[in-house]
Design a protein around this ligand. Structure first.
Ligand code: CLR
Length: 423
């Protein structure tokens, strides 16, 4: 009881802290873009890419019509679409059950990759993004900390959890497929309602674009994922099946949660583009079929996650969640950092269907970045990220980007006129 009480006091303090960043977000989320349809010229990917076999995406100059009006920073925030699963996890009293929902969260981000065969903009060095959801009680921040290789360091927080890590993707075009291999570890601190705090970690699976040669490009996600609870020693093993030749293997994900002795507690199965289920299978692993009315029973599978609907008529095949990201309401504009990606004119132009202007502006901001790099080099200086610092993780021992918790404080002071962003 004491532990539970303590947990709640910490959560209350955190709630107060997060509420301070609601300023600027009073108008609610954006529901639609200015455009109703993107009329991007349809160019065959293969005709452009065939000369680039063996290259990684950062070394390719592609026409801007291959872009979508998001950036790699926004693609990381898209992880936040299903944070309700983390809140559910925090409410569970059984730690293996919490792990079921945390694993569901780790798998949930892939639904948004369906139909998104387009290149997000590459963030500039030091570019940032803040995203606050007063309706959901969390805030998110990310900074582009290195350019070669491109790495974004992120930190999200809510009363029930903190989620942080780096997005560092190695990419390579093989001709038959274009592979995107995320390298960074993601960390989750969960504060269960029953008290205490737990650390979970995992790495993301490989994303790839297949069907480029045949003119039917599609995004697939495949590979093993290990979601580990460092506090209890329990692990969830998930396997994302590659699309392959059989239609039945497309989108499949299956796995199990084991206790610290390695004994299976739960079996997990479903499709990452649609629904994922879990089933209580103590001591054995079993296939997980969607529950049916005909064979009710205690060992029936239950739904842990379901993809949000994808309404047609959103340009660039964006999800409704992605539509909220690049919005800049008048009340918010003066509060975000001058490095905020919402202020990039090329992404704004892309979103509004001004493709030629987007290309000109993209070129201009990238030239600016090159000039700043040359100036640094001339002075023998190195770029230092403003909001994150490299550190060694206290629990896992890995190197990671430590958020110094200054961004939101500075933002508050800027809002009150006590300081300016460039101090
Ligand atoms: C996968 C999940 C990671 C973050 C991440 C980074 C790079 C993204 C990738 C995700 C999904 C696929 C992606 C890729 C960059 C380019 C690629 C969007 C979100 C698209 C599908 C490539 C389109 C083909 C171009 C050559 C036009 O946490």
């Amino acid at each position: 009881i004491e532990a539970a009480g303590k947990g709640h006091t910490e959560q209350d303090a955190k709630t107060l802290e997060i509420k301070k960043s609601y300023k600027g977000y009073e108008d609610g989320i954006r529901k639609r873009l200015k455009l109703d349809a993107d009329n991007r010229p349809k160019v065959s990917l293969w005709s452009i890419l065939k000369s680039m076999i063996g290259k990684d995406m950062t070394k390719m100059t592609l026409p801007v019509s291959f872009n979508e009006p998001t950036s790699l920073l926004y693609r990381v925030v898209e992880d936040m679409e299903y944070t309700d699963l983390l809140n559910v996890a925090a409410e569970r009293t059984d730690s293996t059950e919490r792990l079921v929902y945390v694993a569901g969260f780790a798998a949930s981000e892939y639904a948004s990759t369906i139909g998104r065969v387009a290149k997000p903009f590459n963030p500039l060095l030091g570019e940032t993004y803040e995203y606050v959801r007063p309706d959901l009680g969390y805030r998110f921040f990310i900074e582009q900390v290195t350019h070669h290789p491109p790495v974004g360091a992120a930190y999200a927080e809510s009363p029930q959890w903190d989620y942080y890590g780096e997005s560092a993707v190695k990419s390579k075009f093989y001709g038959k497929s274009f592979e995107f291999n995320p390298l960074g570890t993601w960390f989750l601190h969960l504060r269960p309602a029953s008290g205490g705090e737990e650390l979970y970690t995992w790495k993301k699976v490989t994303s790839s674009v297949v069907g480029i040669i045949t003119g039917n490009p599609q995004v697939d996600n495949y590979g093993p994922m290990e979601v580990k609870n460092w506090t209890t020693g329990e692990v969830c093993y998930l396997d994302f099946k590659p699309k392959g030749w059989k239609a039945s293997s497309a989108f499949q994900v299956a796995g199990r949660v084991v206790d610290k002795q390695g004994r299976t507690r739960w079996s997990i199965g479903g499709r990452w583009n649609d629904k994922i289920y879990a089933r209580f299978t103590p001591g054995f692993e079993a296939s997980v079929e969607p529950p049916t009315a005909e064979k009710p029973g205690k060992d029936q599978a239950f739904l842990i996650w379901e993809a949000h609907p994808r309404p047609t008529g959103i340009p660039f095949n964006l999800t409704p969640f992605a539509v909220t990201l690049n919005a800049i309401p008048d009340r918010l504009r003066p509060l975000v950092a001058p490095t905020d990606t919402r202020l990039r004119p090329d992404q704004r132009a892309m979103e509004e269907g001004e493709y030629d202007f987007a290309a000109v502006e993209k070129n201009r901001v990238e030239e600016g970045q090159r000039a700043r790099r040359r100036a640094r080099e001339a002075k023998g200086e190195e770029f230092v990220p403003r909001w994150f610092k490299k550190a060694k993780h206290l629990v896992t021992g890995e190197e990671y980007w430590d958020f110094r918790h200054e961004y939101w404080k500075v933002r508050e002071d800027v809002a009150e006129g006590k300081t300016t962003w460039d101090q």
